[in-house]
Design a protein around this ligand. Structure first.
Ligand code: DAH
Length: 446
């Protein structure tokens, strides 16, 4: 079945006996920034080069940094055509090829991959602690409606996460989910009271060793009916908050051992009160997850008026990087056997042995920005050209001249984790980046 209207039928749950910076915490409502207008990803504008950071005077020969992209992918038995998801000429679409190519890879469903190993370890904890009552979903389609991703979990209309700068839009009403919370409401409506949702999530973001535009989250929800808290002496929200904390402290001990923990109050649109759990690990406080008592409005809108619930969400890469000593988030996508062969089913916390360290190569790019310039857009262009060879994009200089024009200089680190890059190859990449930055972002190179 080809999806035409970009909706995915939900897959059945698996057999029952499951920052990056957080998107929603620290952003107290209402966020002042409103969604940006849709951005056209391609442009026919030609450009004169003003200067080149690399010494290369002529366009080097072409060599692709990105592998070819399949035209069709499959998730949960649903076939998704590239043309349905990537539409360069549609101003309401901002999904590039390299993002489409990640749909369907589902690292979280590979039992020998660090992300799958971690997912299974969390499943084990819930199965053991709750007699396998949690229903697990890990094959839900990542293409969801704006309503599912934002409205149904009460994300305010002016929240920054809704902007085209932060989220991948397939069209004005459809996005690549930016969190697994997108499935909360539908699963509540379906009558589930204990569930875990694991999946790939997509966010436009900066480029460095801990940020990648696709990563994996797990969401957990537990609903209580009145008979569960009545007689406990506690009111419903306090009862749920107590149970939540006990459950997640147990999970943290299951994954990290006997660590010190602390709870930090925070804000999420879908929970009240909301908390973050931090653990003291490898000599620093580290955020493990976000959670809270589900907003009553979500429950009443979805047929659970008299109930109370808790929910949590955690980023699997963040935790896997620490547990397996994986130094760069790009490695999770490596198909190099020297990476993949180091992990095996059921072995949580085996320490990754770096197989090589090739030198990075730095190239600077400076330009006069426009009002609509954003760093996420720049990073998107760089990734579009260099793919996973782009290790970091960092602002190293920023000034405004007397005429009020603002200049930014970014340092791009190119590095492969598998081989040495040649000068020619890097010059080619930098040339292409300059060309694309000028064409697509309409900035003036310096
Ligand atoms: N959706 C949140 C994020 O992506 C994570 C999260 C926080 C999920 C709190 C929850 C929750 O269910 O209760 O940043």
């Amino acid at each position: 079945m080809l999806i035409r209207r970009i909706t995915c039928a939900r897959a059945l749950p698996l057999s029952i006996p499951m920052a990056t910076s957080p998107l929603f915490s620290h952003l107290k409502p209402p966020s002042p920034s409103s969604p940006l207008p849709p951005r056209v990803l391609s442009s026919s504008r030609s450009f004169p080069f003003s200067s080149l950071a690399s010494a290369s005077p002529s366009k080097p020969s072409s060599k692709r940094a990105n592998p070819p992209i399949a035209a069709l992918v499959e998730v949960g038995g649903v076939k998704i055509a590239k043309d349905d998801v990537v539409r360069e000429s549609d101003p309401t679409n901002n999904v590039p090829d390299n993002i489409f190519s990640k749909i369907g890879l589902q690292l979280h469903r590979r039992d020998n991959h660090p992300i799958g190993i971690l997912k299974n370890a969390i499943y084990d904890y819930f199965d053991t602690s709750y007699s396998s009552k949690f229903v697990k979903f890990d094959d839900l389609c990542p293409i969801v409606s704006v309503q599912q991703n934002f409205d149904e979990v009460l994300v305010p209309a002016d929240h920054v996460s809704r902007s085209y700068n932060d989220t991948y839009y397939v069209n004005a009403d459809t996005v690549l989910r930016c969190h697994t919370s997108a499935h909360q409401a539908e699963l509540l409506r379906d009558g589930h009271s204990y569930f875990l949702v694991t999946g790939d999530v997509y966010r436009r973001d900066s480029i460095d060793s801990t940020h990648y535009p696709v990563f994996h989250q797990m969401e957990g929800v537990r609903v209580f009916s009145p008979d569960e808290w009545e007689g406990s002496g506690a009111d419903a929200p306090s009862y749920a908050a107590m149970d939540l904390k006990k459950c997640l402290e147990g999970l943290a001990r299951h994954l990290f051992g006997a660590v010190e923990m602390r709870w930090v109050d925070t804000y999420f649109p879908f929970t009240n009160p909301s908390f973050e759990l931090e653990i003291y690990f490898q000599e620093r406080w580290m955020e493990v997850l976000g959670c809270g008592v589900t907003e009553q409005e979500i429950l009443s809108r979805n047929g659970r008026k008299d109930c109370v619930a808790w929910a949590f969400g955690l980023g699997l890469e963040r935790l896997a990087m620490v547990l397996f000593d994986i130094p760069d988030i790009r490695l999770f996508w490596s198909t190099n056997q020297r990476f993949t062969s180091q992990f095996s089913e059921g072995k949580l916390g085996v320490k990754f042995k770096p197989f090589s360290k090739f030198p990075p190569c730095y190239k600077d790019i400076s330009f006069w920005i426009t009002d609509s310039f954003t760093e996420n857009n720049l990073c998107e262009v760089v990734r579009g050209i260099a793919g996973d060879l782009a290790e970091e994009v960092k602002l190293i200089d920023n000034f405004t001249n007397k005429k009020g024009m603002t200049s930014h200089c970014y340092r791009i680190a190119f590095r492969s984790m598998e081989r040495s890059l040649t000068d020619d190859e890097i010059n080619q990449l930098q040339w292409n980046v300059r060309e694309a930055v000028q064409n697509k972002l309409h900035v003036t190179l310096r």
